[in-house]
Design a protein around this ligand. Structure first.
Ligand code: ATP
Ligand code: MG
Length: 245
């Protein structure tokens, strides 16, 4: 059994729906698994999107543990009873609109908070307000919880981020990565994989953009420890590819 309090826990959250929380959570889980870290996803998305993604995953793919956070009885305490001892990184896929006591509970559990934001004026505005609320919340103010923002579904030059960038700079919150709007995410998602498990020739740009998120979530992950990347064919066979960039 695990003591969740000691586990590296990345909370992926934004009050705004459709920002990319599940995409970030599943791709981070897959990237960690590929890099030899056994992750678990705790899915609070009411559609159960992360768990649905896990169900598509090839049995030969690196293991990711999944648990449903949605039913009220499945609190973090009972979840702890069911996490395999090999799990060393918990990723929480939060629902849109989390607030109040529930939000405080998620923040207390997290060691790092990752906020995806899409390049629309409405999303940027809503996210700025959400970040302000987060920083005022007790758990982020009173202890060492790292907070970072990821620009998601970036197309061309996104001038819309400039006010957000200024706001983040004033708060001292890093804009960790800019992920392009790419079919690679859709292609991977429908097979229960992440972009790090696709053919590198189809996903080199996306991997390069995503890597700072992986390193931020697991800072002790030395580049030298990055093993060969495995590719999972649709038939379920596995093949080692060149080392990831
Ligand atoms: N970088 C990207 N490139 C292409 N498609 C993306 C990208 N990021 C997210 N998407 C797509 O956008 C949609 C919304 O993303 P996602 O489900 O990750 O958001 P969410 O924040 O989890 O939404 P919800 O609030 O409903 O839980 C999905 O169809 C997803 O595949
Ligand atoms: Mg989701």
């Amino acid at each position: 059994m695990h003591t969740l309090g000691r586990m590296n826990t990345t909370l992926v959250i934004n009050s705004k729906g459709g920002a990319g929380k599940t995409t970030l959570a599943t791709n981070l889980a897959s990237a960690l698994a590929v890099h030899g870290i056994h992750p678990a996803i705790l899915d609070y998305d009411p559609q159960g999107s992360s768990l649905n993604w896990l169900r598509q995953r090839a049995p030969a793919a690196p293991r990711i543990h999944g648990a449903n956070g949605a039913p009220p009885r499945t609190g973090l305490r009972s979840f702890a009873l069911h996490v395999p001892a090999t799990v060393s990184h918990l990723i929480i896929d939060a629902p849109a609109g989390a607030s109040g006591v529930f939000l405080q509970g998620l923040l207390r559990r997290a060691s790092a908070v990752l906020v995806p934001v899409q390049p629309s004026a409405i999303d940027v505005h809503a996210t700025a307000n959400f970040l302000r609320d987060l920083l005022l919340a007790g758990p982020l103010r009173s202890r060492e919880v790292r907070l970072a923002v990821v620009a998601n579904r970036v197309r061309r030059s996104s001038a819309v981020y400039q006010p957000l960038e200024r706001f983040l700079a004033s708060l001292g919150v890093p804009l960790l990565a800019r992920l392009s709007d790419s079919d690679a995410y859709l292609e991977a998602a429908e097979r229960g994989l992440g972009i790090f498990e696709l053919d590198p020739s189809d996903s080199a740009t996306e991997r390069g953009q995503f890597l700072p998120i992986v390193r931020w979530a697991e800072p002790q992950l030395a580049p030298a420890s990055v093993p060969n990347v495995l590719e999972f064919s649709r038939s379920g066979s596995v093949r080692a590819l060149s080392p990831s960039p």
